[in-house]
Write a protein that binds this ligand. Structure first.
Ligand SMILES: *Cc1c(COP(=O)(O)O)cnc(C)c1O
Length: 387
């Protein structure tokens, strides 16, 4: 029995079969949850490939092979959270090294870079990476890593992956791309030359809002070995139950993303037409300033939409009035969520930096779920009445 479906199988087939085979002892079709901390060794100095569960766990390994297959990479590494996955990549650096990061990333990434990792002697420069030349201009001889997110959270800016991969290559810096918003169904950064793909599996990959998890996918074996060493040495592994839940989630990723893409576009078009809104940020709309780039590097535009309502009061009215869209942080689950990033996910970003990026108190972010689209539009119609 093979562990891997061939990498040239279609996405839907890899989502369901990639990295997993029936368990040989019983034939269980689903990978068992190996809820164990250690493994018995038949003799001193001779084990069965499994010694201690921080280092090896078969459930986690099935998830890692599955995610690698979906991103089109050779190796996957699962983590306890998305932030732990990003942190592990930065831990390949040493004090004195320099990182160039997109400025409009997930708020928690920005907080970790600014308030934790910079204290350890790694230096960060934040740029608007919509312009690849801004990334080039920020490079220093000691730059070792470039961190991108595309689309960005919550402004839906895009970074040109191919152009920035070339800049990273010339600078001999690693290019890490947070692909949480797009998922490999819509965009595969390794194909454009990225070295490391990051996921908060908490979001679309798990898709059911019941796990915190993260992952990395890489092509290069040496980099994989280095990241495995860091994870083994620092310990941010997911438990087997969580790994199993994410693996269950990815089996329907293609179906869910198709519905998220359709509903996201429907909501973006509706909001753009609505007189109460001032601007809608969604790469799938022809009005998005980088729509041409979106068509080049993405095949779908997800369920993430943000809309400017013009004031904090109007934003509050909208998010408190919706019934189907629940007021909550996070994104990527089957159910629709709504929030105000400036007061929620991005509250930890400095207010002047937030304003400069357009993350105002009037900006509402929607994670459009896969409910019936007519019901979602009805909910938004009611919430915007009189605004
Ligand atoms: C949520 C999120 C993260 C952080 O992931 P956790 O699993 O919450 O640690 C990182 N990047 C993006 C784009 C996210 O949405």
């Amino acid at each position: 029995m093979t562990h891997m479906t061939p990498s040239d199988d279609a996405f839907a087939t890899r989502a369901i079969h990639g990295g997993q085979a029936p368990e040989p002892t019983t034939g269980a079709i689903m990978p068992p949850i190996y809820q164990t901390s250690t493994y018995v060794q038949p003799e001193l100095g001779g084990h069965l490939g499994y010694e201690y569960a921080r280092v090896q766990n078969p459930t986690r390994e099935a998830l890692e092979r599955n995610l690698a297959s979906l991103e089109g990479g050779n190796f996957g590494l699962a983590f306890a959270s998305g932030l732990a996955a990003i942190e592990a990549v930065v831990k390949t650096l040493s004090a004195g090294d320099h990182v160039v990061s997109e400025e409009n990333t997930y708020g928690g990434t920005n907080r970790m870079f600014n308030k934790v990792l910079s204290r350890l002697g790694v230096d960060f420069t934040f740029v608007d990476s919509r312009d690849p030349e801004a990334v080039r201009d920020a490079l220093r001889p000691e730059t070792r890593l470039i961190h991108l997110e595309t689309p960005t959270n919550p402004m839906m800016r895009l970074c040109d992956l191919e152009a920035i991969a070339e800049i990273a290559g010339e600078a001999q810096a690693l290019l890490m791309v947070d692909n949480t918003f797009s998922t490999p169904f819509n965009q595969r950064p390794l194909e454009f030359g990225a070295d490391v793909v990051v996921h908060s599996t908490t979001k679309y990959l798990n898709g059911h809002s019941d796990v915190i998890g993260g992952a990395l996918v890489v092509d290069d074996e040496e980099l994989f070995d280095e990241l495995s060493f860091i994870r083994k040495s620092t310990g941010a592994v997911p438990g087997p139950m969580d790994a199993w839940l994410v693996l269950r989630g990815t089996k329907t990723l293609h179906l869910r993303m198709k519905a998220h893409n359709e509903n996201g576009l429907a909501v973006a078009r509706f909001l753009e037409e609505h007189p109460a809104t001032q601007a809608v940020h969604y790469p799938g709309l022809p009005s998005h300033p980088q729509h041409a780039l979106a068509l080049r590097q993405m095949t779908g535009f997800t369920g993430m939409v943000s809309v400017e309502l013009g004031s904090g009061e109007r934003a509050r009215t909208m998010v408190e009035r919706t019934r189907l869209f629940a007021l909550a942080e996070s994104l990527g689950g089957v159910e629709s969520l709504i929030g105000v990033p400036a007061l929620m996910t991005h509250a930890s970003v400095a207010p002047d930096r937030r304003d400069a990026m357009g993350v105002t108190e009037g900006l509402v972010r929607l994670s459009v779920g896969i409910e019936d689209p007519a019901d979602l539009l009805e909910d938004l119609t009611e919430a915007l009445k009189g605004l």
